[in-house]
Every structure is written in C-alpha cells, then in structure tokens.
Design a protein. Structure first.
Length: 318
C-alpha cells in the first residue's frame, strides 16, 4: 500500500522508536511507573484521577473537591484543560498513570512529527526535516520539563500551528483556516506560556507580512480585505472564540468564587524562577557528557529554584 511507502510514516516510526529509546524503560511499564521525578507529577496524576472520578463515577464537577483543603474543600479552576480532557478516555480504560505517561511520550512523537512537517513544508528535504524534528522533539528543554511539568511538555501543537499559519498565508482556503484555528486553540489551552509565545509569534509574522507588501503596503492591505479573507477570519474567530467561551463556562467561571482562588506570587518568586542568561547557554546538570562540567556553577546559582525549573537550555546544532 502507498501509505507504507510514505516518508511521513517513516518519520513517524523513527520518532516513535527514538521516543521509546530516550524514555526507556517507561514504555514497558506504562501502568506501574511514571516518567520523571517525584514532584509536580504526583499532583498532575492525582488531578487526572480526580477528573475521571468526579465526572464518570460521582457525576459531579471536577472544579471543587473536599479531598483537598479539608474540611471546607477547595475550588480548582483549570485555564488549560486540553491535556486533562485528552486523558479522560485513556484514564478510564487504562488508568491515570498510563494516561500521564501516554501524554508525555506522545508529546515527543507529535512534536517531532509536527516539526518534520513544518520543516518539509519549508525545505522540501526529507533528511533535513527529520533532523529538525528530532532536534525539536528531543531538545534538552523538552526532556527536562517532560520529567516534571505535563503542561510544558506539550510543545507539539506549536509547530502544527505555525505550519498551518504559513499554509493559510499561501493558500487561503477553509481547510487551512480550520486547521490553523484548531491547532491554535490546542496551543492556547494547553499551556499559558505557549499561548503567549504563539500569539506573539503570529503577531510578529503578521507585521512582517504587512511590511513586505512594499511602499504601498496600506493600500495593498485594504485591497486584500475581501469576502474570502473575511470568511476565513470569521472561521478562525468562531473556532477560537467558541473554545474560549466553553473553557471559561465549564472550567473557569464556576470555580471563581472569590479572587483568592488564584494565588498571588510576590516579587521574590519572580526573581527566583525567572530565566537567567546562563539558563539558555549551559547544559543541564544531568547531561550525560557535559553535566559534570556545569554542575557546580548551576547548583550554586539557583537562588532557591531547582534545575528542572531553570531548564531552558536549547542545545547546539551545526
């Protein structure tokens, strides 16, 4: 069959095999162990269980529980519900530990595939695209945060969003507008940081495209406002707007019973957890080759943070 000769399938199989290798042996213990370190993962796995238990067993809202903050309980608004929602069917049939591992491991495969598709769209070179996908999926940043932060591990929707933004710019049709809208929505409601980064990227690309229209850019821009482009803009607004309304209605508003629900962070925490210049340049302390050379400096310059929280190293590639 033609599909088995497709270079897209070959890339998917290679990325899947590399994911199993890089995260070994978790793929063989999906229900009994979890990928990463003790920490945030415990709370996330509990939340995946609570989401399933409250909705499917109790028939109640997952936004309030008496199991935390006893005896009064606590409200839990969820501003980024994509990963928990995707976990529900997996958690129901295979358990929340399996669901957590699946979300983490699939982020490597999908991130690599998304970057492969984006690079192939730009370069039309299979091997360069595969290298791009591998670098993006298995970057030190992604590996570090996949060990402790489910939300930050979900980098996979970003390249798909950029891909269909570029496709929509060239081919103004409903398919590209719809897919761009879907992937943008997934990005926005997967992680707040990635929502901000992606919206800024789209804004800068839009400004670049306006600038590239030349000296008569404003006249050309006005001439481009036709029925077709307004229809495509309407599709994007409808999808993103509808998703935003649903998230607010069912995952945020019912839990916002007071302004104290959202914790406030003081300036000290901002300083502790903000990025430092060396966070982008130095390998992580657990790097198998270079970790021993940077460990002393990194550990002595955490200022109350920890190596995972400061894991921003993007790596080096020729």
């Amino acid at each position: 069959m033609k599909i088995f000769r497709s270079h897209y399938l070959h890339a998917l199989l290679i990325l899947t095999a590399l994911t199993v290798l890089f995260t070994y042996p978790i793929a063989f213990h999906m229900r009994s162990s979890f990928y990463g370190y003790p920490g945030d993962a415990f709370g996330v796995i509990w939340y995946l269980w609570w989401l399933k238990h409250s909705l499917l067993d109790l028939g109640s809202s997952p936004l309030f529980t008496t199991l935390v903050g006893a005896p009064g309980g606590t409200y839990m608004p969820n501003f980024t519900p994509v990963a928990p929602i995707l976990s529900l069917p997996i958690s129901y049939f295979l358990g929340e530990v399996f669901a957590y591992n699946f979300l983490i491991l699939s982020s490597f495969v999908l991130a690599g595939l998304g970057m492969y598709l984006l690079a192939y769209h730009l370069l039309k070179d299979r091997y360069a695209s595969l290298v791009s996908g591998i670098i993006f999926a298995f970057s030190p940043y992604h590996i570090a945060h996949s060990m402790d932060h489910l939300g930050l591990a979900q980098i996979q929707w970003i390249p798909f969003t950029v891909l269909y933004m570029l496709k929509l710019d060239v081919e103004r049709n409903r398919k590209n507008a719809l897919l761009f809208s879907i992937f943008l929505t997934l990005t926005i409601f997967t992680d707040a940081y990635y929502a901000l980064f992606t919206v800024l990227l789209i804004a800068f690309y839009t400004l670049y495209r306006i600038y590239s229209l030349g000296p008569n850019r404003y006249a050309n821009l006005i001439r481009g406002i036709d029925v077709r482009n307004l229809e495509l803009a309407g599709i994007i607004a409808l999808v993103v707007g509808t998703a935003s309304g649903l998230v607010y209605r069912y995952f945020i508003a019912p839990a916002m019973v007071s302004e104290t629900i959202i914790p406030k962070r003081d300036i000290y925490e901002l300083l502790v957890y903000s990025a430092k210049p060396w966070d982008f340049l130095l390998p992580p302390v657990y790097h198998p080759v270079f970790g021993k050379y940077v460990r002393e400096f990194v550990l002595s310059h955490l200022y109350g943070s920890n190596p995972i929280e400061q894991g921003l190293y993007v790596g080096y590639a020729p």
